[in-house]
Write a protein that binds this ligand. Sequence first.
Ligand SMILES: [Cu+2]
Length: 170
Amino acid sequence: MFALLATSVASPVWAHDHAAMSKGDAAKMQKHEATDAVKVGNLVFTDAFTRATLPGAKVGGGYISITNEAKEADRLLGGSSPAAARVEVHEMKMDGEVMKMRKLADGVEIPAGGTVELEPGGMHLMLLEIKQPLKKGEDVPVTLEFEKAGKVEIKLKVEAAGATSTGHGQ
Ligand SMILES: [Cu+2]
């Protein structure tokens, strides 16, 4: 009797966690090649990439996974890059049938012990007024600015242009 009760309570929770994890991993594998983790202080950066842009394009997206190993939350406020006039933190969301994007004026919190993924179709870095097309195979240096960790330089690996629209008018 006790064993039956315990099983029925515990199993839905585990089933849910496993489903969420395998779905995310599968999606990531299809999107781009994995890159090595880079650790700076308490922050761990993985899968930093951007997409090649067409001539004349004014914006590019920046994608990266950030894990905070500190005991306190930190906050990604924005950044800068020699390749663009401005770097902002953006969010993309479906609004009915339309994909919309907005600047996150307060940046994004990286919870203590948590991971935030900036990825296509979700939150992302926005490189505005890029100075020249981003070419596949190059690295784009970006200095990220955190509330507590301060400035951290990372490199976005330029991958092939995405098959689907980024939702930024390209
Ligand atoms: Cu954007």
